[in-house]
Each structure stands twice: as C-alpha cells, then as structure tokens.
Design a protein around this ligand. Structure first.
Ligand code: FES
Length: 162
C-alpha cells in the first residue's frame, strides 16, 4: 500500500494505492496532472486547483482525494447518494455515506467508495481488484451490459497502476 500527498499552495492531492481500482478516469480526464509515464505520476502544478478538484471528483473509488488550501469549498457529496454495481466488479458508492459494522462501529465515512461485492478483497470493505483473479462474473444481464453503471462504459476502462 502506498499513500502519497502532492501539494501546492492551493490544493493537496492525496492518493491511496490500496483504494485504486484502475479505471483510468483521472488519466483520461486530466493527463497534464495524472500521467503514468512521469515520476511522480501526479504533477500537481500541471493545472489549476479547480480543474484538479473537478477531475478528482470523478474518481469512483476514493483513491484520489483532495483538500483545498486556498479557501475554496472542498468536495461536495452527491445528493442523493447512489450505489451502482460496476460490471463484474465493486459497488460504486457516491454520497455522504458512513460504512458501519453490524453493531454500529463506524469503519469509514466518505463521499466516494468502491465496495467489494465478490467477497475476495483483502482490504474489506473496499475493492482491491481481487475480483479479477477470482473470476467474479455478474449473472444479471443488465449489470453485465453496463446499463446500470453510473459512469459511461468508456469511463470504466482499466489502466496500469502507478
Ligand atoms: S469486488 Fe473487487 S475485490 Fe471484490
């Protein structure tokens, strides 16, 4: 697991590798900042803070987060909250959502999460991509076809890990 923070005077970008599900949305949305060919892979001064924040808001897993250091408002949660199955993968959760254990202890409280639904993640309750090795497949044709996905199918491609 790798956790990194990249920061300017205006924004701090946080990346948690254990949460990344490699959709590649950040890479396609803002290649001037998120580029696997550079080291570090985040060039935080490659765009203004508003543009970076808008790109990170699209990250479905919460692997990318940010804090505004320029006094501008931070991320706003989706309202209403949504829970959408990604074909053959996790549940994509958006909104002001707390995940609690059965007896009420809070595991996390976040705005974006990819929750494991295959049962094989070693980082429960989050997806760690173990569904791929486990051969997890949806049987529901609507989910398999992607028609229930919140993002367009193009947005849910794959990319190599940084
Ligand atoms: S759904 Fe991804 S590890 Fe279970």
């Amino acid at each position: 697991m790798t956790e990194r923070t990249y920061q300017t005077d205006a924004i701090a970008v946080h990346w948690d590798s254990s949460r990344c599900i490699h959709t590649g949305i950040c890479l396609r949305t803002l290649p001037a900042v998120f580029d696997l060919a550079t080291r570090p892979w985040v060039t935080v001064d490659g765009a203004d803070a508003d543009t970076i924040a808008a790109a990170i808001d699209k990250c479905p897993s919460g692997a990318l987060r940010y804090d505004r250091l320029d006094g501008q408002p931070g991320e706003q949660p989706s309202d209403p909250a949504t829970v959408v199955p990604m074909a053959n993968g996790p549940l994509l959760v958006r909104g002001d959502v707390a995940v609690r254990l059965r007896h009420g202890d809070e595991v996390t409280h976040e705005y974006r999460m990819a929750l494991c639904r295959c049962g094989h993640s070693q980082n429960q309750p989050f997806c760690d991509l173990s569904h791929r090795g486990a051969g997890f497949k949806d049987t529901d044709p609507q989910i398999r076809s992607g028609r229930l996905q919140a993002e367009s199918p193009d947005d849910l491609g794959t990319a190599e890990a940084p």
